[in-house]
Design a protein around this ligand. Structure first.
Ligand code: DX5
Ligand code: ZN
Length: 230
């Protein structure tokens, strides 16, 4: 079962490099670099040009990674109708499938579908969505992805309201009494990693701060260090 790979790294923060900022001509080399640097998951951003004003990857990319890397594949669906696509991403080898609370499809039914496929189920919230809106789904969730930028593009700045948003989600998780991952996505670098970790994140996505750095291995290690020194 794919989701058995998602083991909490014993108190250590998990780092998920986002392939959106990788060099697609040299994707293999970029993936080997972050594996060597100790990345925990690979984050795959899926955009439909509708839920967000951009296009990116589909199930074919996930299928091409499946079996070629030991890292769990963390698939973030920024799409208006995720229910149509969850099966193809599960078959392609996704370990986590995260949908947006703000998307058009029925959230509960889509999460049930993801779980029935044997994949970890996640929900993401945009910066203006209140953490309390997650409460009705806590029984089904394995992961919550807090957006610390408005989704759609890599390379944006971490929004100043994000720590408060992360704390709010942490409180919703605490009240549920369930073991749910809290992942934060957008504008994570060695400065903002500490803010997110201090607010309660246990996994961080980072795209441009890793792959656009002169030394991606060093950049990943600095992010992890900053998030551990809190
Ligand atoms: C934004 C995506 C992010 C993005 C993060 O819509 O969901 O995963 O790749 O990129 P950085 O780390 O550059 O903000
Ligand atoms: Zn993402």
């Amino acid at each position: 079962m794919p989701s058995s790979k998602m083991v909490p790294a014993n108190g250590k923060i998990s780092i998920a490099p986002s392939l959106l900022s990788a060099d697609l001509f040299d994707l293999k080399q970029d993936i080997r670099r972050v594996e060597e640097a100790g990345a925990d998951w690979l984050h795959v951003d899926v955009m439909d040009g509708n839920f967000v004003p951009n296009l990116s990857f589909g199930p074919a990319l996930v299928a091409s990674l499946n079996g070629r890397t030991k890292l769990p594949l963390d698939v973030h669906l920024m799409v208006q109708e995720p229910a149509r696509f969850v099966e193809s991403f599960a078959k392609a080898g996704a370990d986590v499938i995260t949908i947006h609370l703000e998307a058009r499809d029925n959230v509960r039914a889509t999460l049930e579908k993801i779980k029935a496929l044997g994949v970890f189920a996640g929900v993401s919230i945009k910066p203006d969505t209140k953490p309390q809106a997650l409460a009705p789904y806590m029984d089904l969730l394995d992961l919550i992805l807090v957006m610390s930028v408005y989704p759609g593009f890599g390379g944006q700045a971490f929004l100043p309201g994000s720590p408060e948003q992360i704390q709010g989600v942490r409180e919703v998780i605490r009240q549920s009494g369930r073991p749910v991952w809290l992942e934060v996505d957008g504008g994570i670098n060695k400065d903002t990693a500490a803010l997110a970790a201090r607010a309660g994140a246990d996994a961080l996505v980072a795209g441009s701060a890793i792959f656009k750095a002169a030394d991606p291995v060093l950049a990943l290690k600095q992010i992890r260090q900053a998030a551990s020194d809190i």
